[in-house]
Design a protein around this ligand. Structure first.
Ligand code: ADP
Length: 276
């Protein structure tokens, strides 16, 4: 904590007007450091593909000018790098949009299972390409939350895509309604389990930090931006939800995202004719 004082210009006869200010320097400084780190990391992440693009442009203008085979190959790599920058900018924009809305909880009732199914279907081509089998199980519903459809899609997409990219040959996605206990609200949980190499315990608490990767080279090779789990965390915060990560190296990993369930009337009450 910083304590400071401001007073009138020296030499005045009046008793000085003193304003005392107290400031929590630690949290302000921490925020500022985080902001500076974030800008530095984002710039670095954008600069890397940009440097590669510039290098290939110069090669194409010079030594590879009359080499059609090299040209084709280099254009392919350049396209990849440009796509990487696009993904990064998309993720950065999504992150800042979600942060802007952080204090406005979503108000639309959303049934979670169809959204999860949509993501599992849309990731099927990637899974097939990698030889990964993705299965979806849904327990007894309803699985309704107050949510933002697009954000929930994004959340599930990041978790399932990570499991396909970093996991082994099987991914299980399970949606369950966890009953509330001792006055706590029931939760809708989406659990994504893979049988890959898993994650060493020292990395687990840091996975949701922006740009944190266990293996940066493998993440980049997979087209990762390092922002997926940061997005997941922010989406869950906005939905008053939470993320649990369980992993034992060599045994795969399970990511559980839970969002408070919309309170449901018992089936009997729902079917009773109204105004009796
Ligand atoms: P990325 O864009 O790199 O995938 P994420 O924020 O989604 O970024 O994930 C951060 C890091 O967490 C990844 O780079 C990867 O090292 C690790 N990770 C995420 N999911 C898994 C998983 N299912 N198994 C093993 N490691 C994972």
């Amino acid at each position: 904590v910083q304590i400071g004082a401001m007073q009138d210009a020296a030499g005045s006869d009046r008793p000085p007007n003193v304003v005392l200010f107290l400031r929590d320097l630690t949290s302000a400084e921490r925020l500022e450091t985080m902001r500076v780190d974030f800008v530095a990391n984002a710039s670095h992440e954008l600069r890397t593909p940009l440097a590669s693009l510039l290098g290939f442009i110069e090669t194409l203008q010079g030594p590879a000018r009359n080499d059609p085979a090299a040209r084709e190959r280099f254009l392919g790599i350049m396209r990849e790098q440009a796509l990487r920058m696009t993904r990064l900018i998309d993720d950065l924009l999504s992150l800042s949009r979600i942060e802007l809305r952080a204090h406005v909880p979503p108000t639309t009732p959303v049934e979670v299972v169809p959204l999860v199914r949509q993501i599992v279907d849309s990731l099927n081509p990637l899974a097939l390409e990698r030889g990964v089998r993705v299965t979806l199980m849904a327990g007894e519903g309803p699985h309704r939350v107050l949510g933002d459809r697009d954000e929930i899609l994004r959340l599930v997409e990041n978790l399932v895509e990570n499991a396909v990219k970093y996991g082994g040959g099987r991914v299980e996605v399970a949606v369950a309604r966890l009953p509330g206990a001792e006055g706590r609200q029931a939760q809708i949980e989406v659990a994504v389990r893979d049988d890959g190499p898993g994650i060493a315990p020292e990395h687990v608490p840091r996975l949701t930090e922006r740009f944190y990767r266990v293996d940066a080279a493998s993440s980049r090779q997979q087209g990762g931006t390092g922002l997926g789990l940061a997005l997941v965390k922010h989406i869950l915060n906005r939905h008053r939800g939470r993320l649990a990560i369980e992993s034992e190296p060599g045994q795969g990993a399970t990511f559980r995202a839970a969002i408070p369930a919309l309170p449901e009337e018992p089936a009997a009450a729902r079917s009773r004719p109204s105004g009796g």
